[in-house]
Ligand binder design. Structure first.
Ligand SMILES: Nc1nc2c(ncn2[C@@H]2O[C@H](COP(=O)(O)OP(=O)(O)OP(=O)(O)O)[C@@H](O)[C@H]2O)c(=O)[nH]1
Length: 473
């Protein structure tokens, strides 16, 4: 390969004609001082020593390894390349190539570094100077900046980055953080009202408006303003005082509805029917509840009464597996009331303590769908006149005023007798639960504070009131 490269640079085509060595005079074109004048005008001819020196010098620098990338014009064109060249001139210009060849071969047998940009081939013959254009120059790659930590550098060991295990918040922290937006807004508004102002008609009216906007409802808002004004009218009042009274009045409304879920196990199975608007968390709540009941030693059966959605049936099966509860289901589009009827029998036969029936989500204003719910209740009554014993409605805490209406209608049609407020860990608007409690006085059994199996907590009035009022625990 080295030979090929050399041959490309130097023409050896006329080897046999190069027998006579050039005269001493002619071989001194790169004349030393005092060289004969004739030599200055001699044909431009390299002395082989000089050529060797030059080549040595050039090759001592990083040189181009790939001749294809460099245009290296032969100093002496081969006859094929220039058939019209004058033979004599060629002969005169030809170096004593054997010596040169040996030397160059030796030099080129050493490893070389390719970088055309760093090599300047400027032989003594101006016409052989390679002409690089910008396009010929391959830009050097930009240095890659690698930052390596000192510890890694020193030890040369792979670094294993382990994610810190997520510290799970307590359910109250999630509740408080879910309600924080509401409580923050409430706190800001209260602060705005009472800064440097005495308690009078105007401030009380403003406070009432703020409380109503926070979904607490007129009744609770008036309780709070009445309580605040008694004994403090015309006086300065701090926002902390307002907060404290607010928390206390909200708690009073919630205490009567904060009840534990009681199961009457003289009914076997005790039937829990779960209803609510689409996506409010029915299936998830069923899974969480089943987990609690089975953990308490009860035998639970689940029924996939949401026959509209394959995914809902699948989802319930997953919860069944997780909680070790058998699941009764039928094909998609089957009659939900028929399924509930069959499920009761299966639960009875299996000796289940509790049968929890899922239903399809439905908007309270869809009369036909609401009628289907009434039918489920009726057919269950054929097995046990008191079934379903518990009708749980799930309410999404991110819903505002509409939740009041949802409870109203589901209560009337399906006989809802207990509530679960879900998604209190999100950006909840928990104030509505206070309004619902004040109006419907239905027990609130649980709150959902996440999507995991243990993210269902018994509802406690103190915690909820404190979280709405923005109190730290
Ligand atoms: N963050 C949070 N998400 C919840 C909670 N409860 C349920 N979800 C999520 O809400 C979504 C809907 O829950 P589902 O249980 O499917 O609701 P559903 O009422 O059965 O839905 P439909 O059958 O469509 O009516 C799911 O992504 C649940 O994981 C909760 O307490 N907190």
């Amino acid at each position: 390969m080295a030979m090929g490269f050399i041959k490309k640079i130097f023409s050896f085509g006329k080897k046999e004609e190069a027998s006579s060595a050039p005269s001493e005079e002619v071989l001194s074109p790169l004349a030393e001082e005092g060289a004969p004048v004739a030599a200055e005008h001699a044909p431009v001819e390299p002395h082989h020593e000089t050529v060797l020196e030059k080549i040595e010098e050039l090759l001592s620098q990083p040189v181009i390894a790939d001749p294809a990338t460099i245009e290296l014009k032969p100093v002496y064109d081969t006859p094929e390349q220039d058939e019209t060249a004058d033979a004599e001139e060629l002969q005169a210009e030809e170096p004593p190539h054997e010596t040169v060849l040996e030397k160059v071969e030796e030099l080129l047998s050493q490893p070389v570094i390719a970088d055309p940009a760093t090599v300047e081939l400027t032989p003594d013959f101006p016409e052989t100077e390679p002409k690089f254009t910008d396009a010929d120059v391959v830009p050097a790659p930009k240095p890659l900046k690698v930052t390596v930590s000192k510890a890694v550098e020193a030890k040369q060991e792979p670094v294993v980055v382990e994610a810190e295990p997520e510290k799970k918040q307590s359910w109250f922290e999630r509740l408080r953080s879910g309600l924080s937006r509401s409580s923050q807004q409430l706190g800001d508004s209260i602060g705005g009202i009472f800064t440097k102002r005495k308690l009078d008609e105007d401030t009380l009216q403003e406070l009432e408006d703020v409380l109503i906007q926070a979904d607490l409802g007129l009744e609770t808002a008036m309780r709070i303003t009445d309580s605040l004004s008694s004994g403090r009218y015309g006086k300065d009042i701090s926002t902390d005082e307002v907060r404290s009274i607010m928390r206390s009045e909200i708690e009073k409304v919630l205490v009567p509805v904060a009840k534990p879920l009681e199961l009457d196990l003289s009914h076997k199975p005790h039937v829990i029917l779960v209803v609510g608007v689409n996506g409010t968390g029915k299936t998830t709540t069923i899974g969480k509840l089943a987990a609690k009941l089975t953990a308490g030693g009860l035998k639970v059966m689940l029924a996939a009464g949401d026959t509209f959605r394959a995914a809902a049936i699948e989802q319930l099966h997953i919860w069944g597996e997780r909680t070790g509860s058998p699941v009764v289901s039928s094909k998609l589009g089957a009659d939900a009331a028929g399924l509930a009827f069959d499920a009761w029998q299966q639960a009875k036969d299996a000796g289940s303590d509790v049968l929890i029936i899922d239903t399809a989500g439905r908007l309270q204003n869809k009369a036909e769908l609401m009628e289907e719910l009434a039918k489920i209740v009726r057919v269950l009554g054929k097995h046990d006149p008191e079934a379903p014993h518990t009708v749980l409605q799930t309410l999404d805490a991110t819903t505002g005023q509409n939740a009041l209406n949802q409870v109203e209608i589901f209560k009337n049609i399906a006989g809802v007798n207990g509530l679960v407020m879900t998604k209190l860990d999100g950006s909840a608007r928990g104030g509505i639960l206070v309004a619902i409690a004040a109006k419907h006085k239905l027990p609130v059994y649980f709150v959902g504070v996440g999507e995991q199996i243990d993210d269902l907590e018994p509802f406690t009035a103190q915690d909820f009131a404190g979280a709405i009022a923005g109190e730290a625990r």
